[in-house]
Design a protein around this ligand. Structure first.
Ligand SMILES: *Cc1c(COP(=O)(O)O)cnc(C)c1O
Length: 458
């Protein structure tokens, strides 16, 4: 076998047509969408890299599982399969199904949170932060310093900074820490991995100080890939063994099954402590559904059980990470500034260096996302000052830390030639850099403005 070539380890059985369009058509559509790609319809998009969440292609086994789904209200066979699979993987005895990750976060963080409580993470994902802050508690990020430097090539840029963790615990008092949350991979920066050593150190600190340690395990299989490739002592372990080892360091886990469980909807909360599990279960039954289905259909649970097994297939993981790296490396070679090294699920482009003539208050990331759509019908997501920038009361503009555009890669969906099409589009963008103008906002809602804001050219 050729060991140097990585191919998609699947063949295509069902196809979903892509509607092709011309740049002229897209210019009109984008204007009608007020220069916000979130307001485009999927038919207007050729390659959709908006998110890797819930966009996976399911396997023949998963579709077969969907036909087997047991839709009984209580104690369905599909629930038993999902529960057994998660127990075996995580080692936690109490499993609560939810309709997606944020529902599990709401169950847990509304119990552990509240005014006066503090949560510490490598980086809180936005729904994690929102659920914590909604409870009245505070969310503090302690990423390693390298996470803020796009060019710095380090193996585990997703790690938590241990000195800042200790300092933060001392500052607020261990008794006021709701939980330490480790997000693997760390979503910010495109899925930068977390090392086992970092997880071990956190587990030790949490244990000593009597603080709960929660894993946000959305991309635990992708993280296991990086550990096996980059961390000493894991060369001969399987990806699943590595993931199991990491779960066993924590006191509980949250997972959005829309990522590494390879399904379109679902999630769960897994806990070690009976009392906490019972409290969360009461909320589950009030808000999500009975404890053996959460917000899920039997067929969804069946597909999750199968997906959680498939995701650890070494050929799948190799293809998955290599195909993300493929896009990043090609862009890097062409001179497109990206966050290095490439992470697991996305490539982040540094729009501030791509369009140095557009100041942050004119949203270089939005300009790049719009241009990419106009030129090639590719939909990406701005992660910069549209998302995080704001004005102080005295009128000064506070930009985001970085002006990024994320190309998130859906799992098992696009082929290498689709990705070649994406990188080719950037060639055209590179040639026309100086002509591109920034934007101003003409409408914005009070919260999460990036989803629905309207823009016009400056
Ligand atoms: C997606 C995601 C969540 C939230 O899950 P949803 O299924 O979208 O509700 C939480 N944490 C991380 C790291 C995620 O990527």
């Amino acid at each position: 076998m050729h060991r140097k070539v990585t191919i998609e380890p699947f063949r295509i059985k069902t196809v979903e047509p892509i509607k092709l369009s011309t740049a002229e058509e897209r210019r009109v559509w984008l204007q009608k969408a007020h220069y916000n790609p979130f307001l485009l319809t999927s038919d207007q998009v050729i390659i959709d890299l908006l998110t890797d969440s819930g966009t996976s292609a399911m396997s023949t086994e998963q579709w077969a599982g969907i036909m087997r789904g047991d839709e009984s209200y209580a104690g369905a066979r599909s629930w038993q399969r999902m529960e057994a699979e998660i127990k075996d993987l995580t080692g936690f005895p109490y499993i609560l199904p939810t309709h997606q990750g944020r529902a599990a976060e709401h169950l847990l963080y509304s119990k552990l949170g509240g005014p006066g409580k503090v949560f510490i993470a490598n980086t809180h994902f936005d729904t994690t932060r929102a659920n914590i802050e909604f409870s009245g508690a505070k969310a503090i990020d302690c990423p390693v310093e390298a996470a803020l430097h796009p060019e710095e090539e380090l193996p585990f840029k997703g790690n938590m900074d241990i000195p800042s963790l200790l300092k933060t615990i001392d500052r607020y008092g261990a008794e006021n820490i709701g939980a330490i949350i480790l997000t693997v991979t760390n979503n910010s920066g495109g899925g930068q991995p977390v090392s086992m050593e970092n997880a071990r150190q956190i587990a030790e600190i949490a244990g000593e100080k009597g603080i709960l340690f929660i894993l946000d395990a959305c991309r635990i299989a992708e993280n296991a890939y990086f550990i096996k490739q980059r961390e000493a002592g894991f060369e001969n372990k399987s990806y699943r063994e590595i993931a199991r080892e990491m779960f066993r360091l924590a006191d509980g886990a949250i997972m959005s099954a829309k990522k590494d469980a390879l399904v379109n909807m679902g999630g769960f909360l897994a806990l070690k402590d009976l009392d906490l599990a019972l409290q969360c279960r009461t909320s589950l039954i009030i808000t999500e559904g009975y404890s053996t289905y959460g917000g899920l259909s039997g067929r969804d649970m069946e597909a999750i059980a199968i997906g959680l097994r498939e995701v650890f297939d070494p050929h799948y993981l190799e293809y998955r990470i290599r195909s993300t790296t493929y896009v990043g490396d090609k862009l890097h070679e062409m001179g497109v500034p990206i966050i290095r090294p490439v992470g697991g699920h996305a490539v982040y482009i540094d729009a501030k260096s791509f369009y140095p003539h557009i100041p942050p208050e004119q949203f270089p990331g939005q300009a790049l996302a719009c241009k990419l759509y106009e030129v090639a019908g590719i939909r990406a997501c701005e992660i910069g000052s549209v998302m995080f920038g704001h004005y102080e009361e005295d009128g000064t503009f506070v930009p985001a830390a970085m002006e990024l555009v994320r190309l998130a890669i859906p799992r098992r969906v696009y082929t290498q030639s689709h990705m070649d099409y994406v990188t080719e589009a950037f060639r055209e963008l590179l040639d026309e850099r100086e002509k591109v103008r920034g934007f101003r906002i003409t409408y914005e809602p009070p919260f999460l403005r990036h989803f629905t804001a309207h823009f016009e050219h400056v």
